[in-house]
Design a protein around this ligand. Structure first.
Ligand code: PGA
Length: 294
């Protein structure tokens, strides 16, 4: 039975979730990793509509100065604004990939102001973030489930990998609608695509984005586990085993290690903390994920 208490936000620990959910799954992750070796840890940095030439140059230099990564164990993607994608690609270390934050729904043409995902690929993007809560909920945008799903489909068609974001509003969590909302968003995706090999899901509770109110480990693991179960029931066991589910929402160097250890958290999508050099500390949490899986 899922619980939807806002423990961190309300300052109350969700004890039933802690005792009922977490220990069993720690063992499960170890089993999954041993049996299939899938789900390389992934850390994404979503720069949103921030930074400019000078600050991106400085950030790239700081990230380039970071330690070498074990590329068998972790991958890193940063998503600058479109205007700086080429520049970021040319200045950033080559073991970090670059992605875009949004694209037009399909092929280009007479769509003033829009960008075809193929153009983004052409200038060096390997990833596209789709269905971020700001695109779904900003009153100026209000992107529908179907639109997000169609964008994901087209991005895959032109060879991009996709970080597909799902997550509930605070009032939806309080109305016990968390899973219903995430599953509705995923159902639209499942109806639009067949091949899940280049899809990564990001669970980002909207109430945790940019608010400093990170989900508790229990809250995050509970939803990640449920989404993986949904994948196994609706799409297939192999897709459930292989698809990475990132957590996003106020992830920082302070909270990432604890979250990274959870069995169904396969990485992070980081907003505010990706604008600073200590993004590297969040990237480094892959080591805790590995340590907890053995
Ligand atoms: P945040 O943003 O880390 O600043 O909360 C996360 C996101 O929007 O992806």
């Amino acid at each position: 039975m899922l619980t939807h208490g806002l423990s961190r936000a309300c300052g109350k620990a969700n004890e039933s979730a802690r005792t009922a959910v977490v220990p069993a799954r720690t063992a499960r992750r170890a089993t999954l990793h041993m049996s299939t070796g899938e789900r390389k840890f992934l850390v994404g940095g979503n720069w949103k509509c921030n930074l400019a030439t000078a600050s991106i140059g400085a950030l790239c230099e700081a990230l380039n100065d970071g330690a070498a990564l074990d590329d068998k164990a972790v991958e890193v993607v940063v998503a600058p604004p479109h205007a700086y994608l080429s520049m970021t690609r040319s200045r950033l270390r080559t073991d970090f990939q670059v992605g875009a934050q949004n694209a037009w729904i399909g092929k280009g043409g007479a769509f003033t102001g829009e960008t075809d995902a193929a153009m983004l690929r052409d200038i060096g993007a390997e990833w596209l973030i789709v269905g971020h809560s700001e695109r779904r909920h900003l009153p100026e945008l209000r992107e529908s489930d179907a639109t997000s799903a169609a964008k994901a489909r087209y991005a895959l068609d032109v060879g991009l990998s996709v970080i597909f974001c799902v997550g509930e509003l605070l009032e939806e969590r309080e109305a016990n609608q968390t899973l219903a909302v995430c599953e509705r968003q995923l159902t639209a995706l499942a109806n639009a695509i067949e091949d899940w090999s280049k899809i990564v899901i990001a669970y980002e509770p909207v109430w945790a984005i940019g608010t400093g109110k990170v989900a508790t480990p229990e809250q995050a693991e509970e939803v990640h586990f449920a989404l993986r179960k949904w994948l196994s029931e609706k799409v297939g066991q192999s897709v459930a085993d292989k698809t990475r589910i990132l957590y996003g929402g106020s992830v920082s160097p302070k909270n990432c290690v604890e979250l990274a250890k959870l069995p169904d958290i396969d990485g992070f999508l980081v907003g505010g903390a990706s604008l600073k050099p200590d993004f590297l500390e969040v990237v480094d949490s892959y080591k805790s994920a590995i340590a907890s899986a053995v």
